[in-house]
Structure formats: structure tokens, C-alpha cells
Design a protein around this ligand. Structure first.
Ligand code: F6P
Length: 366
């Protein structure tokens, strides 16, 4: 009987619980045992109570729950080979040789490294007398399948990461609230949104709320020029009768190594225009709450496909990442998707924005 471990890793995202539910139930339906690995990779390293065999009823109600009920952590021990050796040992003791990991690019890269090291880890477990040749014989190959769970929508080779549309919905709702008070007082608001190095949440929430101006890392503001441009755009909108001013600042634009800006600077420019201005940092509300229908659907379809991918896996097939392209659930080689994601980030860092966009577009080709 195939024994599959499922874990959530890195920052939580709405839709992770529905993904775990889908893996558990599809696994049971297809004749597997499914183990929840609690607290991300920490659960593999510590084993014991952090590895729990799941029954059908254990994931009841997970569809509508935000966060991740099986916990998540950034595990320092797993970054070291010694930690991964203990993890491999715990997995074999529990008979697990397949892992479905729902997380961002860092978590998925860690998973693939684990797979490539697996044969040498097994050898070491035998040579150090922790396990016998006979005990490790059925565990020659580790299967890894990635589900991309992140609010940032920052992974290449997939149109959407699990959680991104829920976060976008939350931001849109919050900006609508802010707009109501802004309009009442005829005020300006600078709204900081998450997204790490990726401007997707900033850009899409700006479009969805009709913001006056959006700062994203992929198109950093031109030093010495953006101030006048911001003033011109906001004044033009005000001249048309708009009673509010909304400027979205993606966190990646603040952390940008090229041309970092701060919400305070943006506020000062708006104040120079004579606008009564406030700054709102939305913070972790953007990651909380129940998943929108799209993320529940995505997590469910992808969770089921992840189990199928485990059952169809052979040592010569590279670890797949389950994505969605043009509304179809697809499997992409995990390592390539991570590499491409990194190339896009590198191109942005070296100010080659056209290359970054071309690389990003290429990742959406079937
Ligand atoms: O990756 C998700 C995310 O929410 C990013 O948007 C943000 O940069 C980061 O995680 C915040 O991390 P933490 O919750 O550890 O402060």
C-alpha cells in the first residue's frame, strides 16, 4: 500500500487546508495511506506525534478554513544534511516514500533537493547501522510532488498559486473600505500590500479597486521623475471630480534594490498636492480568512492530481509541480519552474525588465 506524506510549508495561504483535504481524501479513495506531516519539514525531522495517519473524517470542514490546520514552519534543521538524514530515517520507519508539499518556491526547492539526495541518505542510514539493507530495500526512490501555495503568485509556469486570489479578494475588500472613508473626507490613502518580490497583488488589487497610482517592483519608479508623474495623475483625477486618492504600494517596490521608495515619501508628495493623506499597511489580514471559491477549486483539483502524480511516478520522471495554465491543471518539472522563477527575479534585479517579462511569458507556454 502506498504511503504518502502531505505537508504545508513556508508562509500559510488560504487554500492550504482544502489542498490537504483533497490529498487525504483522494489518497484514501485511490487505496493509499496518507500521513499528515505537522509543522512543515519540522514534522519529518521530529517524527513521532508530528506524523499522523489521516482518516476521511480528519479533514472534515477543511474546505472553508483559512490558514493551515496541520501547521507550517520554517525549519532550520532541514536545511542541513544531518536534518534531512533524520527526516529520511523517520519516513522509512513510518513506511513513507512519497511526499506532497504545498508551499512556495523555497519549500519546493528543499523538497527536490531531498529527493536528489535520497539514495545517498539511505546509504548512510545503512552504513551507520541505523537501518539494515533489507529494511531500506523497498525505499530506493523518493517521490516528490509540489503544490504551489502562496499568496504572492510569484511562481513561474503556473497562472495562479493557491491563495493568491483569496488574498487579492481580501485586499480589494479592504481598499473598498478605505475608499469609503477616503471619499467621505476627500482624503488620500497610501496602501501597502504584500507580495514579497512580486508585484502581482499590488497590480491586480490596483486594477480591481481603480487605484490612482500603483508602485510595483517590476516597473520601479524613475528616480527624480515619479514624484511629478504622481502629482500629475492624481491632480488629473481630482480635476475630473474624484473625491478620493488611492495609491497602492507593493512591498516589493519598498524593498526594491533598484529604486526603493517608502510610503512616507509617497505620502509627502501627496501632501505637497494639498491632500490630507494617511498610510495604511494592510499586513497579515491579507493572508487570513477563508479561501475564495477559486482557490478551493484549484486546491481540490490540484490535490487530486498530486495523488495521481505520485501513483504514476517513476524514478526517471522529474518531480512534478502541479500548476494551472489557461484553466487546465498541468504538471511541470518542479526544478525548471523554480529555475525560471529565479531567472525572472534575476532579470528584474539587473534592470532588464523586458527580459523578465519575456521569461515570465515563456513559462506560460504549454
Ligand atoms: O510569502 C507570503 C508573505 O505574506 C509575503 O507576501 C510577505 O513578504 C511575507 O510572507 C511575510 O512573512 P512573515 O509572515 O514571515 O512576516
Amino acid at each position: 500500500k502506498k504511503k504518502i506524506g502531505v505537508m504545508t510549508s513556508g508562509g500559510d495561504a488560504p487554500g492550504m487546508n482544502p489542498a490537504v483535504r483533497a490529498v487525504v481524501r483522494a489518497g484514501i479513495f485511490l487505496g493509499c495511506d496518507v500521513f499528515a506531516v505537522y509543522e512543515g519539514y519540522e514534522g519529518l525531522v521530529q517524527g513521532g506525534d508530528l506524523l499522523k495517519k489521516m482518516e476521511w473524517g480528519d479533514v472534515r470542514s477543511f474546505l472553508s478554513l483559512g490558514g493551515t490546520n496541520i501547521g507550517t514552519a520554517r525549519c532550520a534543521a532541514f536545511r542541513e544534511r544531518a536534518g534531512r538524514l533524520v527526516a529520511a530515517h523517520n519516513m522509512i520507519l513510518n513506511g513513507i516514500d512519497a511526499l506532497i508539499v504545498c508551499g512556495g518556491d523555497g519549500s519546493l526547492t528543499g523538497a527536490d533537493l531531498f529527493r536528489s539526495e535520497w539514495p545517498s541518505l539511505i546509504e548512510e542510514l545503512v552504513s551507520t547501522g541505523k537501518l539494515t539493507k533489507e529494511e531500506v530495500a523497498p525505499y530506493k526512490h523518493l517521490t516528490i510532488v509540489g503544490l504551489v501555495g502562496s499568496i504572492d503568485n510569484d511562481m513561474s509556469s503556473t497562472d495562479a498559486t493557491i491563495g493568491a486570489y483569496s488574498s487579492l479578494e481580501r485586499i480589494t475588500e479592504m481598499v473598498d473600505y478605505i475608499d469609503a472613508t477616503a471619499t467621505s473626507h476627500s482624503r488620500a490613502f497610501v496602501v501597502e500590500v504584500m507580495g514579497r518580490h512580486c508585484g502581482w497583488l499590488g497590480l491586480m488589487s490596483g486594477i480591481a479597486t481603480g487605484a490612482d497610482f500603483i508602485f510595483i517592483p517590476e516597473r520601479p519608479p524613475k528616480a527624480g521623475e515619479w514624484q511629478q508623474e504622481l502629482k500629475d495623475v492624481c491632480s488629473r483625477h481630482r480635476a475630473k471630480g474624484r473625491r478620493k486618492t488611492t495609491v497602492i504600494v507593493a512591498e516589493g517596490a519598498i524593498d526594491s534594490e533598484l529604486n526603493p521608495i517608502s510610503s512616507e515619501e509617497v505620502k509627502n508628495v501627496l501632501v505637497e498636492l494639498g491632500l490630507d493623506t494617511r498610510i495604511t499597511t494592510l499586513g497579515h489580514v491579507q493572508r487570513g480568512g477563508t479561501a475564495v471559491a477559486y482557490d478551493r477549486m484549484l486546491a481540490t483539483l490540484q490535490g487530486v492530481d498530486a495523488v495521481r502524480a505520485v501513483l504514476e511516478s517513476t524514478p526517471d520522471i522529474p518531480s512534478p509541480m502541479i500548476g494551472v495554465l489557461e484553466n487546465k491543471i498541468v504538471r511541470k518539472p518542479l526544478v525548471e519552474a523554480v529555475k525560471l522563477t529565479k531567472s525572472v527575479a534575476d532579470a528584474i534585479e539587473s534592470k532588464d525588465f523586458d527580459k523578465a517579462m519575456a521569461l515570465r511569458d515563456s513559462s506560460f507556454e504549454e
